[in-house]
Write a protein that binds this ligand. Structure first.
Ligand code: G3P
Length: 213
């Protein structure tokens, strides 16, 4: 299972990359706006840390998406062009696949959208589970549906669990067999911890102090 971070903050990427567990980064226009830094510079700095950095197009027509996506892909070989799940987006995915440009389809909320994006040529699809939970639907249930459908066919499209809200989401996604989780920084830093690990280490160290005396 690959672990990505959902962020546009380069220091956060550097911190978690140093753990040796980070396979990629996903950004989106909201995350980039929050940091207020130059987009291209941010993407390039992240590309130095991880082999997959999703950079989202903001055009809504296929021509604009093609132009932006080709520009982003030219910045660095680690760039993955993120395209919204629309009919124009499907045309853009098809084009990018023919050009050998890697893509990630964002804003996926149903199995049918997932199938269309995969057939159009997406390398990654991003179902947003937290936002489904927010409206009373079952986000992780959608991941289970997609993985079940994927088991019947030979799509080479990776399923990336996005809009993660807490550490249990990561464990649940792994049990279902999702290929990738993109995790916000505040959830990522919780993953290494367990109360019993902290208490156990404290006890080992205090016992060791007694031996030393
Ligand atoms: O980057 C896409 C997705 O992970 C957004 O998550 O928390 O804004 O629903 P969220």
């Amino acid at each position: 299972m690959k672990l990505f971070m959902d962020t546009a903050n380069v220091s956060q990427v550097a911190e978690i990359a140093a753990w040796g567990v980070l396979d990629g980064v996903t950004t989106n226009p909201s995350l980039v706006a929050k940091e207020g830094k130059d987009f291209k510079e941010t993407v390039l700095e992240m590309c130095a840390h991880v082999p997959s950095v999703s950079a989202q197009v903001t055009a809504t027509d296929v021509e604009g998406m093609r132009k932006q996506g080709e520009e982003y892909a030219g910045w660095h070989e680690h760039v993955v062009v993120k395209v919204p799940m629309t009919t124009e987006g499907l045309k853009a995915l098809h084009h990018f696949r023919s050009q050998g440009i890697r893509t990630n389809t964002t804003l996926v909320f149903s199995l049918n959208q997932a199938i269309l994006a995969a057939k159009a040529g997406a390398n990654i699809i991003s179902p947003f589970i937290g936002r489904l939970d927010d409206i009373g639907e079952d986000g992780m249930g959608l991941i289970a549906e997609i993985m079940e459908a994927w088991s019947h066919y030979r799509f080479d499209t990776e399923v990336l669990v996005a809009s993660i809200r807490h550490p249990r989401h990561v464990a649940q996604a792994a049990r279902i067999g999702a290929h990738i989780c993109t995790i916000p920084y505040d959830v990522f830093v919780k993953l290494p911890h367990h109360t019993l690990t902290d208490a156990g280490l404290k006890k080992f160290l205090s016992d060791w102090e007694k031996v030393k005396k």
